[in-house]
Design a protein around this ligand. Structure first.
Ligand code: NOJ
Length: 914
């Protein structure tokens, strides 16, 4: 059934709103072929030239080796490609995680993405990225598997939201860009993941009984919300993007030609390479033609010893199913990323091993017949990153409530610290594999987005040390279920500090019945009862929450005995020190919440799909752009604490909003064509030369690029491929494309906004002023975040807040012209201290934004007439009615490998057609 949703393209005033379908079950995804080939430009030229030179000398087998992982646990990293021994070029090492180096010792455990975002500090975003990048570099890693902007955080229960930054795409986009610049500035390739719409853990994976869930999405929301941070990542020059497990409009993320070819590589002009999430590839030819460049970990299922690529890719090239230019493009993209970040000079041997902590072990974990050697050299890469971690811990702690100056503490006579979350896991911080438990203080979630803690400062230890310095009497209690004892411990203390938490993680681990996604938004481990019990016995109860996202806090907010509430998130190894700094005023809280705190889980209007509603499960994003605060605003729901909210130990006033119009050039839709697809070097087509050498003694379970006797190079039946997918002819550029991140005009600065922020209190502090814009249309969110800064302001002094408004900031995605347009609806700029405390407001002058800089058709009356897509009736690119009859190409989930050409071991799902 066609569902009408209240989101839409930009509408011309006076026209009837077009029905925008899209987020509906059974939705299909249109084909887009051929896969765009890399062309360089915009900071990639040098790398592209070096990559061309490198790839031109490679044989077919060597090129295939660059694209195909050697299989799970085949080498020391979580992902490893084949090597090029002839050139003494080792394979690529891909390593988790978005918060440090996974599976290694002597590394740092950085604060999670969600904490990093809560600092609202570009400097800290970048510094953390750079520190993580340098740790990966020091371990020999080529690609750090982060940062994360998918999940974005559509549903607060989403298990991996904390790996990313915030459900706001602008904050996340800026955090992505700065993190990427930081990582790549350290000489390591960053990986923006998981592309795209990977918003929950339930059903994310294909299983033996069901295809993975489909995230069903409309074109407008795709651009205005979920794609936005990926566009920033591409603009920042990210070297790799990881395609996700889930389907998008019923086509798998790693073979969806629309999201990969059309949006990522054409519209966003992505020049790096796309790697699959681990075992997220489900077909050989289909994924190659749809834009996948590297398969990870290379085998079809972990340790299956079969691959969709490897020898099958070699066969597909030889039999012409995949043109040489496509393989060459894969290889050139991979090597361009390598050269772009300077891996040619930064690279050192991999000196750690993901599969053992022992110093010596098998080089290939699954093959005990060979190569026992030193696999862990225990290289200490921590540097002085603990300082940065502690600083981010301080800067990310959100002070939500502070009654009558309860905080900061000043030499209290006695302190009681209560709650398991204040204490260490008795088995040590790494006791549970991939942090898959919730025992002791919580400082990161669980799953692949983790590292081994070098140490973890428990809050109780740092607070006990502080109490000793102050001569405060100190008591602590850790059992969350013995409420009587907790109350007794709290009863006579000058202050009772209760630590509570809520955890989540990746779906391959279930903790306390939570299969990745949280089952609810209450505190874990009896936390709500613990807070209530302690508050009933101590009128100065302070609550510290280590949570992966929002929990329901309305009761403690309204409890008069709870004098302060802090969100400390997932602060990493320096947890206890950072929270002590805040509680005692050694650091003034400056963080602002990066998500909304609703009063009830229903307030968010969306939830995880916990029970399959069909096969494959259909997740309809019918709420469109209205997630988190955009939904609360639209529905008129008052939250406990709003997005952007956070207190300080001082106060700030806002005044003097000024808007300066800039002289930007007119927006010019991109036109023209690409060059024809290039090839690099010639390929030896001899079957014998590309087959396993006689007597070859391979590593067990290892994926090789060779043809083998069971791989028919050409069995006479030609597998049909999508129309145009093999074409090497010049291709049209997209109007919204033309440069990394999309049309460069989108990033022109149209206005500069300034405001005066004054610290009116008695202590120095940091304020995060936020700029929101109302785009004004009937289908637009009330306000959307568009800018922010973190300003250090001494007591009694003022600073100037400055934020640019770029063209994209006041544009909507127009599904008809397939471009960004500025509607003629009045636009309002707000500057304030949170999304609901907007002290300053000014209307952007319509003349300015219609005529002044747009020039060629930004004016509502004109925008469809510019000669690009003026009437293609294509209100929704994802609309079922507009699927270009692709029937079998995109949407058959679970196609077999490729119908006999290279599919002998690649059949999966229905297997009948590719
Ligand atoms: C699957 C996860 O989704 C991804 O984030 C991670 O990088 C890979 N596994 C490798 O561990």
């Amino acid at each position: 059934m066609l569902r009408t949703i209240a989101i839409s393209s930009v509408l011309l005033p006076g026209l009837v709103a077009a029905q925008v379908a899209g987020a509906q079950s059974g939705q299909t995804s249109p084909p887009s072929y051929p896969s765009p080939w890399m062309e360089g430009g915009n900071g990639w030229d040098d790398a592209y030239a070096k990559a061309q030179a490198f790839v031109s000398q490679l044989s077919l087998l060597e090129k295939v080796n660059l694209t195909t992982g050697v299989g799970w646990e085949g080498e020391q990293c979580v992902g490893n490609t084949g090597s090029i021994p002839r050139l003494n070029f080792r394979g690529f090492c891909m390593q988790d995680s978005p918060l440090g180096v996974r599976f290694a010792d002597l590394v740092s455990a950085f604060p999670a993405g969600i904490n990093t975002a809560a600092t609202w500090s570009r400097t800290l975003f970048n510094a953390r990225g750079n520190a993580m990048g340098s740790e990966h570099r020091g371990k020999g890693v080529d690609v750090q598997l982060g940062p994360v902007s998918g999940p974005l955080g559509r549903v607060p229960e989403g298990g991996r939201n904390w790996e990313g930054f915030s459900p706001d795409p602008v904050l996340t986009g800026i955090a992505m860009a700065e993190t990427i610049k930081g990582i790549q500035g350290a000489g390591v390739i960053a990986c923006a993941k998981h592309y795209i719409l990977n918003e929950q853990e339930h059903f994310r994976d294909k299983s033996s009984t069901s295809e993975a869930s489909s995230s069903n999405m409309d074109d407008t929301t795709m651009h205005e919300t979920y794609l936005w941070p990926f566009a920033d990542a591409v603009k920042a020059g990210v070297g790799s993007v990881m395609c996700s497990y889930n389907q998008i409009n019923n086509s798998y993320g790693c073979q969806n030609s629309y999201t990969l070819n059309h949006i990522l590589k054409n519209e966003l002009d992505f020049q790096g390479f796309v790697m699959s999430d681990w075992a997220a590839q489900h077909a050989g030819v289909a994924s190659a033609l749809a834009g996948l460049d590297m398969t990870m970990p290379g085998d079809q299922g972990f340790d299956s010893n079969t691959s969709y690529w490897g020898g099958n890719l070699t066969a597909s090239i030889l039999n012409g199913t995949i043109p040489q230019w496509r393989l060459d493009d894969m290889a050139v993209r991979i090597m361009s990323a390598y050269f772009k970040v300077g891996r040619d000079s930064a690279r050192i041997p991999v000196n750690f091993d993901s599969w053992t902590t022992n110093t010596t072990g098998y080089l290939h974990a699954l093959d005990p017949t060979r190569d026992v050697q030193v696999v862990n050299q225990h290289v200490n890469v921590q540097d002085d990153h603990a300082k940065l971690i502690r600083q981010i811990g301080q800067r990310s702690t959100v002070l939500l409530k502070n009654t009558n100056g309860a905080l900061p503490l000043h030499m209290p006579a006695s302190v009681a610290v209560i709650g398991e979350d204040a204490h260490s896991n008795p088995g040590g911080p790494n006791n549970c594999s991939d942090r898959g438990c919730d025992i002791g203080t919580l400082a990161m979630g669980w799953g692949s987005g983790t590292v081994n803690f070098p140490y973890l400062v428990a809050p109780v230890d740092a607070l006990r040390a502080q109490a000793a310095t102050d001569n405060s009497r100190f008591a602590n209690y850790s059992n969350n279920y013995d409420l009587k004892s907790a109350q007794m411990t709290a009863a006579n203390a000058s202050v009772a500090i209760v630590f509570v938490n809520s955890d989540s993680g990746e779906g391959y681990i279930t903790v306390d019945g939570n299969a990745g996604d949280r089952n609810n938004l209450t505190l874990w481990g009896n936390g709500d009862a613990l807070v209530a019990a302690v508050a009933s016995s101590n009128k100065n109860t302070i609550v510290v929450m280590h949570t992966v996202g929002p929990v329901i806090v309305e009761a403690m907010k309204n409890n008069p005995n709870v004098s302060a509430i802090l969100w400390a998130g997932l602060p990493g190894q320096e947890s206890g020190n950072a929270i002590t700094d805040i509680l005692y005023g050694k650091a003034n809280p400056a963080a602002k919440s990066v998500f909304t705190w609703g009063k009830d889980r229903a307030d968010w209007g969306v939830d995880v799909l916990y029970t399959a509603n069909g096969s494959p499960p259909q997740i309809d994003f019918t709420e469109g752009n209205f997630i988190d605060y955009r939904h609360f605003d639209q529905a008129g729901i008052a939250p406990s604490y709003e997005f952007g909210f956070g207190l300080s130990y001082t106060n700030f006033s806002y005044s003097n909003l000024q808007i300066q119009k800039q002289n930007a050039a007119a927006y010019v839709p991109t036109t023209g064509q690409t060059k024809a697809a290039p090839t690099f070097g010639t390929i030896d087509t001899s079957v014998a030369d590309n087959s396993y050498p006689p007597g070859f003694d391979g590593v067990k379970f290892y994926i090789y690029p060779y043809l083998d006797s069971t791989t028919p190079v050409n069995n006479g039946t030609k597998t049909p491929v999508p129309p145009n997918s093999q074409s090497s002819s010049p291709q049209p550029k997209l109007p919204a494309g033309g440069a990394p991140g999309g049309n460069s005009g989108l990033y022109d600065v149209l206005y500069t906004v300034t405001a005066k922020i004054t610290n009116t209190g008695k202590v120095d502090g940091i304020e995060v002023p936020q700029m929101y814009i109302s785009l004004g249309g009937p289908n637009d969110p009330k306000i959307v975040l568009r800018g922010f800064d973190d300003l250090s302001i001494k007591a009694g002094q003022s600073a100037t807040f400055k934020a640019d408004i770029q063209r994209r900031d006041i544009s909507n995605w127009d599904t008809v012209s397939q471009n960004w347009v500025i509607s003629s609806y009045p636009k309002t700029v707000y500057v304030g201290s949170s999304s609901r405390n907007l002290q300053l407001k000014a209307v952007l002058n319509g003349n300015n934004y219609n005529g002044g800089y747009g020039g060629n058709g930004n004016n509502g009356g004109n925008y469809g007439n510019g000669g690009y897509g003026n009437n293609n009736n294509n209100n929704n690119y994802y609309n079922n009615n507009n699927n270009n009859n692709n029937g079998g190409w995109e949407n058959h989930g679970g196609e077999g490998n490729n119908g006999g050409h290279d599919g002998n071991n690649g059949q999966s799902g229905d297997g009948g057609h590719w």
